[in-house]
Design a protein around this ligand. Structure first.
Ligand code: NAD
Ligand code: MG
Length: 301
């Protein structure tokens, strides 16, 4: 979208963002989105805040790039201060997001480190609470996705690291955060269409996404009694660096999203951010244990 438009501009969703056909490209994990062609759209020139998260304090994982970065920019423009979790190798992408947060007049606390380490997850929460002066939103967006055609090709290390990143880390982070979360606080986890429609070449990843959905719905029932709401966002095909770091078959990149989604194109990370804003904001006060599917029209249970 161009500079004179924002997320409220009334138009045709099919053509709102370009129908991209990315060239075959590959980077080692976790990759830098700034080196992708095209660079994913985080809503830098379009997201307009309207005070929906004024004064909130959010910890966002995977906040350097893709969906987590779009969420961080949107939250800052809605008035929240942000603690950003990402890997040290991603500093360049993270700096771009930190710059956007600071341009919005909000605080950005940079917390690089590996969330597959439980000690880091606990230190991450402590540093976020310290840097933000409290915490009232935990947004787990970080994820690992490695494409393998056959189960025999998934080694034990990949299987374990995918689970540690996608399932264990949110568990460790949420547990560490809970003592700091008062009534009104919100937790948002990130599943995927893969939770219900597992691609055969992403077995381990799809299984973690089913687990995240299930974990979140159980936890939501537990925590609503403390005034804390847990919900999930389940994205469909979204153009991000996850896809070009072994996330999907590289040969499939030119068709990424266009054949899979009835919308006929992939999403840009900017299109996911509003779902996370809604679920963090008090405006969704009666929405608990739900999964908001943002997938361009694919049928979900
Ligand atoms: P992305 O690569 O831009 O974001 C993933 C982030 O996870 C990385 O930036 C990294 O900071 C973080 N991460 C990974 N391993 C980590 C580790 N060990 N320690 C700390 N941080 C780590 O890609 P994205 O597509 O924006 O992914 C965000 C989330 O959206 C993921 O949970 C992904 O599964 C989910 N999702 C993406 C799509 C899609 O099509 N892109 C579809 C459905 C769900
Ligand atoms: Mg990244």
């Amino acid at each position: 979208m161009s500079d004179d438009r924002d997320q409220y501009t009334f138009d045709d969703p099919r053509t709102r963002f370009p129908d991209i056909s990315p060239e075959v490209q590959q980077q080692p994990e976790p990759g830098l989105q700034s080196e992708m062609t095209p660079v994913p759209d985080l809503g830098e020139s379009t997201y307009r805040g309207t005070d929906r998260l004024r004064g909130r304090k959010a910890l966002i994982t995977g906040a350097d790039s893709g969906i987590g970065a779009a969420v961080a920019i949107a939250y800052a423009r809605e008035g929240a201060d942000i603690a950003l979790s990402y890997l040290p190798e991603e500093q360049k992408d993270a700096q771009h997001v930190i710059d956007e947060i600071e341009k919005a007049g909000r605080v950005a606390i940079a917390l690089p480190g590996d969330i597959t380490d439980p000690a880091h997850c606990r230190a991450l929460v402590a540093a976020a609470v310290d840097g933000l002066g409290g915490l009232d939103a935990v947004v787990n967006v970080a994820g690992k996705q490695v494409w393998k055609e056959k189960i025999e090709e998934i080694d034990d290390e990949q299987f374990e690291l995918t689970f540690k990143t996608n399932v264990f880390a949110p568990f460790w982070i949420i547990k560490a955060a809970l003592p700091h979360l008062g009534p009104g606080s919100t937790i948002i986890n990130t599943a995927s269409l893969e939770a219900y429609k597992p691609a055969p070449d992403r077995l381990d990843y799809a299984t973690t996404k089913g687990a995240i959905n299930n974990f979140s719905k159980g936890l939501a029932q537990q925590l609503v009694g403390r005034g804390i709401r847990v919900n999930v966002v389940a994205p469909g095909p979204t153009w991000s660096v996850l896809q070009v770091t072994g996330g999907v078959n590289p040969e499939s990149l030119p068709e990424f999203g266009s054949s899979e989604s009835p919308m006929g194109r992939a999403a840009q990370p900017a299109e996911l951010a509003p779902a996370y804003v809604f679920l963090a904001s008090a405006e969704s006060s009666f929405v608990v244990g739900d999964t908001l599917n943002v997938n361009g029209g694919m049928v979900t249970p």
